[in-house]
Design a protein around this ligand. Structure first.
Ligand SMILES: *[C@@H]1O[C@H](CO)[C@@H](O)[C@H](O)[C@H]1NC(C)=O
Ligand SMILES: *[C@@H]1O[C@H](CO)[C@@H](O)[C@H](O)[C@H]1NC(C)=O
Ligand SMILES: *[C@@H]1O[C@H](CO)[C@@H](O)[C@H](O)[C@H]1NC(C)=O
Ligand SMILES: *[C@@H]1O[C@H](CO)[C@@H](O)[C@H](O)[C@H]1NC(C)=O
Ligand SMILES: *[C@@H]1O[C@H](CO)[C@@H](O)[C@H](O)[C@H]1NC(C)=O
Ligand SMILES: *[C@@H]1O[C@H](CO)[C@@H](O)[C@H](O)[C@H]1NC(C)=O
Ligand SMILES: *[C@@H]1O[C@H](CO)[C@@H](O)[C@H](O)[C@H]1NC(C)=O
Ligand SMILES: *[C@@H]1O[C@H](CO)[C@@H](O)[C@H](O)[C@H]1NC(C)=O
Ligand SMILES: *[C@@H]1O[C@H](CO)[C@@H](O)[C@H](O)[C@H]1NC(C)=O
Ligand SMILES: *[C@@H]1O[C@H](CO)[C@@H](O)[C@H](O)[C@H]1NC(C)=O
Ligand SMILES: *[C@@H]1O[C@H](CO)[C@@H](O)[C@H](O)[C@H]1NC(C)=O
Ligand SMILES: *[C@@H]1O[C@H](CO)[C@@H](O)[C@H](O)[C@H]1NC(C)=O
Ligand SMILES: [Cu+2]
Length: 617
């Protein structure tokens, strides 16, 4: 038999063995106490939490029926890291690729995973929900042997956790009383949805540990007493192995690592997980920053003690090399350059911006606009100015340059792709001014850049991401700190709209249309739901107006503190522990770059009170 015949026989077999996984899950509230400190309502599937780990094999088809079992809120589901080739309508984000799923309604996520394997996860893409527990790992087994040897495989999730629900935290966060946009401070961090966790290991065993940060905010440092991590995978990309004693994992990232256990079982060891405290505005004394978990060789051994290291000397993922040997893509055909900033708009709320635009959802999901706009789909105007959409040509090489004018770190995620991280600037000194990318003066790009789907951007610095627009679809690009996404730190890539339209596999199903009808959202039309003239976006949703000309942030500080004094005088409830801070007024003033000693501008205060009447309580 000729080799080619054998090969086609194999591919025939692969087709024969490809499975369809049919899952039916209904969302709803469940009581849980994962950190052992506080019982609260969390979001489960079919009355159970944590959610199931979903597992398929490359080539398989997923049919996941998601029923919205809530009575008072919409929902959606995203499969993080999946390319959704030819099925971008199954990607999940509300108002990007689908309408929100209304209470009582069911949406079928139906897609085939063609050429991906590795560690992924799935989560709600509706504001606040995945932080309430609506997330879990999604594993894709390869049809070939993995490019490394191991004995056993284990999944490990990490995340931060809040005792309050998003229904409480979100209105406080997006409020005139939180003018600096200080993110809610977590109550604890979870290790495999638990606390003081014990990982039972066998001696002399190589574990393939698939670590997923399913949190909504903080990055974590992971390190083990007297054991190393051999990194072999990042975000579903196999990489040349690199051994390290510490990993830094942002929300949404995955690390596949090999951990070799010892022969001697007479001692247990600490597995530490610590919060990146640079990301917290305040550190309440009640929050345990470093948690101690156990690598347990035997339950008879002494309890482990907290283990500390002198430096956060973690593996810099920038230097990892993909096993695929994918070389640096050609010079870009198209470059998107965006500046990140956080600032207040006229309602006093602190928003996040890419080039002065805070993402505001359109009246029609962007993909549905593509599918109904005919030839106008090539014109970004139809998607509205406030969705910040870019139309990409098929197979163009695209650079996304993100300059960070903010003093925080941001983990950016692109749907539908992995990108090459071709430069990541690290500030030399925290006091430096923001450094932006200069296309004619930058470090040499790596020959084999690291590739992944989520990458952190340093404060006041930049990243340059490069990818090939070879996956027609509508893809969200956003900060994966969910608080920042809610502040609008997102943009949309409309990739090869004409090929989305012409491909049978990318059309809306009757289910899509029903879901839109049931939630009262148009499934046709431009961003303003205009179906007559797609280039006329009159009536589109737009962001809140800018602060009045001549207004200085000083007015907000004065307003907030007169209001806060009143609130705090009436009750003792802390405002994400804001009351813990002694110098809060000075800190807010510093963040807003306000000179508190100058005269107060009382006339301006009145203006903002008027502008914020809807969000004051
Ligand atoms: C979840 O509940 C639905 C009924 O609401 C049932 O049809 C389905 O089989 C359940 N799924 C699992 C995995 O138990
Ligand atoms: C975790 O372990 C520490 C040390 O043994 C103990 O003080 C603490 O109460 C435990 N926490 C929980 C939530 O079980
Ligand atoms: C569900 O989504 C629709 C459309 O965006 C919105 O009008 C409605 O308020 C949402 N429902 C809830 C309960 O948030
Ligand atoms: C439709 O999309 C799939 C997946 O991207 C692709 O393989 C196929 O070639 C496309 N078909 C057409 C007609 O463009
Ligand atoms: C899932 O999608 C495939 C391909 O588009 C289609 O053939 C199949 O009928 C769909 N399944 C369901 C249950 O709708
Ligand atoms: C974490 O929990 C999952 C689900 O229960 C389990 O399969 C896995 O083995 C646990 N991981 C560790 C490191 O114990
Ligand atoms: C947390 O761990 C780091 C690294 O081991 C250590 O430097 C720091 O002092 C610890 N912080 C606390 C509050 O224990
Ligand atoms: C491992 O990563 C470090 C950066 O943290 C890099 O300097 C080193 O060259 C890498 N080693 C290998 C073998 O890839
Ligand atoms: C990548 O390069 C290495 C070393 O040159 C080689 O051993 C390996 O087979 C290559 N892998 C692929 C997928 O081409
Ligand atoms: C953002 O707005 C500021 C002030 O209006 C302006 O100076 C700046 O050029 C704008 N930046 C971009 C990238 O549009
Ligand atoms: C779209 O453009 C093509 C080529 O220019 C033209 O043939 C076609 O009629 C146009 N379709 C519509 C709906 O305008
Ligand atoms: C970018 O680099 C070039 C070459 O070094 C330099 O001439 C130019 O002034 C730089 N541009 C900016 C905005 O700094
Ligand atoms: Cu962010």
């Amino acid at each position: 038999m000729k080799v080619s015949n054998i090969l086609s026989l194999f591919s025939l077999l692969a087709v024969t063995f490809a499975k369809t996984h049919t899952w039916y899950y209904e969302t709803g509230w469940v009581t849980a106490n994962p950190d052992g400190m506080y019982e609260r309502e969390v979001i489960g599937f079919n009355g159970t939490w944590p959610l199931p780990i979903l597992r398929i094999t490359k080539g398989d088809t997923v049919n996941l029926y998601l029923k919205n079992g809530f009575t008072d809120r919409n929902t959606s589901l995203h499969f993080h890291g999946l390319f959704q080739e030819g099925s971008s309508q199954m990607d999940g984000p509300e108002m990007v690729t689908q309408c929100p799923i209304a209470p009582g309604d069911t949406f079928l996520y139906n897609f085939t995973v063609t050429d991906q394997a590795g560690t992924y996860w799935y989560h709600s893409h509706t504001s606040g929900q995945y932080g309430e527990g609506m997330r879990a790992a999604f594993i894709i087994d390869d049809t070939e042997d993995l490019p490394f040897d191991y004995d056993e495989e284990v999944i490990l999730t990490v995340s931060e956790w809040y005792h309050d629900t998003s229904d409480v935290l979100m209105p406080q966060f997006l409020s005139v009383y939180n003018p600096t946009g200080a993110e809610p401070i977590p109550s604890s961090i979870l290790f495999n949805d638990s606390y003081n966790y014990s990982w039972d290991v066998k001696p002399d065993t190589t574990y393939y540990l698939r670590i997923v940060n399913v949190g909504r905010f903080v990055s974590q440092y992971l390190y083990m007493e007297d054991h190393d991590f051999e990194v072999v995978e990042v975000d579903g990309v196999w990489v040349d192995s690199n051994t390290t004693s510490m990993i830094y994992i942002t929300t949404a990232q995955r690390y596949g690592v090999l951990v070799k256990t010892k022969s001697d079982t007479s001692k247990n060891y600490a597995f530490m997980a610590g919060i990146d405290t640079d990301m917290l505005d305040t550190i309440p004394s009640s929050l345990t920053l470093n948690t101690t978990n156990t690598i347990s060789y035997s339950s008879d051994n002494d309890a482990v003690e907290s283990y500390t290291v002198d430096d956060y000397d973690f593996l810099d993922d920038f230097y990892l090399k993909p096993k695929s040997n994918t070389t640096l893509f050609d010079d870009p055909d198209y470059t998107i350059t965006v500046d990140v900033a956080m600032d207040n708009l006229n309602n006093g709320v602190n928003y996040a911006f890419f080039n002065n635009i805070t993402y505001t959802r359109p009246k029609v999901p962007t993909l549905h606009t593509v599918l109904s706009a005919g030839n106008d789909s090539a014109d970004a105007v139809v998607y509205g100015t406030n969705t910040h959409s870019f139309v990409l040509q098929h197979n163009d090489v695209v650079d996304i340059v993100v300059n960070n004018f903010d003093t925080g770190k941001h983990p950016f995620h692109l749907h539908g792709h992995i990108f090459q991280v071709i430069e990541r600037y690290a500030p030399v000194d925290d006091d430096d001014d923001p450094v932006t990318y200069n296309v004619s003066d930058h470090a040499a790009f790596p020959d084999y850049p690291m590739m992944r789907d989520t990458v952190y951007l340093n404060p006041q610095a930049y990243i340059v991401l490069r990818f090939k627009a070879d996956n027609p679809g509508v893809w969200f690009f956003h900060c994966h700190i969910e608080w920042h996404l809610d502040q609008g730190l997102a943009l949309v890539l409309v990739e090869a709209p004409e090929l989305i339209q012409s491909n049978d596999t990318q059309q809306l199903t009757q289910n899509h249309i029903d879901v839109c009808n049931n939630v009262g959202v148009a499934y046709e039309g431009n961003a303003a739901a205009n179906t007559k003239d797609y280039l006329d976006i009159t009536g589109q949703n737009v962001q809140v107006k800018n602060l009045p000309a001549g207004f200085t942030a000083r007015g907000i500080v004065a307003l907030v503190f007169s209001a806060l004094t009143a609130i705090l005088g009436l009750c003792t409830i802390g405002f994400y522990g804001m009351s813990d801070i002694k110098d809060i007024e000075e800190r807010v003033a510093r963040d807003l770059d306000v000179d508190l000693d100058s005269d107060k501008e009382d006339d301006v205060n009145e203006e903002i009170v008027d502008g914020s009447s809807s969000s004051t309580r």
